[in-house]
Design a binder for this molecule. Structure first.
Ligand SMILES: *[C@@H]1O[C@H](CO)[C@@H](O)[C@H](O)[C@H]1NC(C)=O
Ligand SMILES: *[C@@H]1O[C@H](CO)[C@@H](O)[C@H](O)[C@H]1NC(C)=O
Length: 323
């Protein structure tokens, strides 16, 4: 009999509210911040009860900023989600997530927010607010949404002083990307970097460098924690551009010579037929056609210095190679 009584008291002591209650009365939440997610992807905002106690009977409220308590992104109370006051922009995109795969979820105090299809508008801080009937605790997590832009485009324009002006352009980034140039794998000092922002909130970046020696130039654009996007171009021999101008000048000289020769022939022809007493009207138009030849050559020369004609020029002379 005595033994049984002792056993009973022991059990009563073990399960009595006096010894369990103090643990659940107060608690604190922990968070991991900041969180970064690519636009359109799913973000997990980690928040958990530091003591890992069961949160199933608690109220969990996630809201944007510090003043949107009444229009939460997610509200869980009385063991169910309450969508009645949910901020419209979060409808259908939020639920509880796991801070890590083995966290054990709500039962183990993990109240992390899972936010799907992240948008640029989701950027900001979020408050994780957990309350029981007797206590509450909160902490905030900041969320950044990034957008990977398009691969950079390189274009080259020949300059007069044996240099090539290389331009790099890339659009559709958030936040501002970093741009870097390299020459034969050696970093070039970034200069002339310009950003612009279009209506949708994304950034475009543009930069140019002058290159004068043969090299493999690359332009890469990227966000700090992602693989950058790169465009490369091999400049075989920018200084041979002078030779190109030389060869073009050669063509002009050749054309001019041709004109003189044809003019000479024309003159002989004219003289020959005038001697024979024939009409000379046709011959004067021939002469006019001949003088047009050098004029046709001129635009060829100036076009080669314009960007639009560059690819054509590069194919012709093999100075640029897009890699
Ligand atoms: C190089 O080209 C860019 C346009 O892509 C232009 O803004 C810049 O002034 C040019 N630089 C030189 C030195 O010509
Ligand atoms: C880059 O390398 C090529 C050959 O590998 C060399 O001819 C050229 O001078 C180098 N250019 C620069 C700017 O270092």
């Amino acid at each position: 009999m005595d033994n049984r009584m002792i056993h009973f008291y022991f059990l009563a002591l073990l399960f009595s509210p006096c010894c369990v209650a103090p643990v659940s009365e107060t608690f604190t939440v922990s968070v991991k911040s900041p969180v970064s997610v690519q636009r359109g992807h799913t973000a997990i905002l980690p928040c958990w009860l530091t003591s890992s106690q069961n949160a199933e009977d608690m109220e969990v409220r996630w809201y944007q900023g510090s003043d949107e308590y009444d229009t939460p992104a997610l509200l869980y109370k009385e063991k169910a989600f309450d969508y009645s006051s949910q901020k419209a922009s979060f409808a259908g995109r939020v639920s509880f997530g796991l801070k890590e795969e083995t966290s054990g979820g709500l039962q183990a105090g993990d109240v992390s927010l899972k936010l799907e299809k992240a948008t640029i508008e989701d950027i900001g801080t979020y408050t994780c607010y957990v309350s029981s009937s007797v206590a509450y605790s909160s902490a905030s997590v900041s969320l950044t949404v990034t957008e990977t832009g398009r691969s950079p485009l390189l274009s080259a324009v020949m300059k007069d002083d044996n240099k090539v002006n290389l331009s790099c352009q890339s659009d559709g980034w958030y936040p501002k990307p970093e741009l870097s140039w390299s020459d034969n794998k050696t970093a070039l000092t970034p200069a002339n970097v310009m950003f612009s922002r279009i209506s949708a909130g994304f950034y475009s970046v543009h930069s140019w460098v002058l290159v004068s020696s043969p090299s493999e130039v690359s332009c890469s654009v990227g966000l700090s924690n992602e693989e950058p996007k790169e465009a490369r171009m091999r400049l075989e021999n920018p200084s041979s551009l002078q030779e190109e101008s030389g060869s073009s000048a050669g063509w002009v000289a050749f054309g001019t010579l041709l004109v003189f020769m044809l003019a000479a022939f024309g003159a002989l022809y004219f003289l020959y037929y005038r001697k024979k007493g024939n009409k000379s009207g046709n011959d004067t138009t021939d002469g006019a056609n001949l003088t047009n030849i050098p004029e046709e050559n001129e635009p060829l020369l100036s076009k080669a210095r314009q960007p639009a004609a560059l690819l054509e020029a590069s194919n012709h002379y093999g100075n640029f190679t897009f890699i």
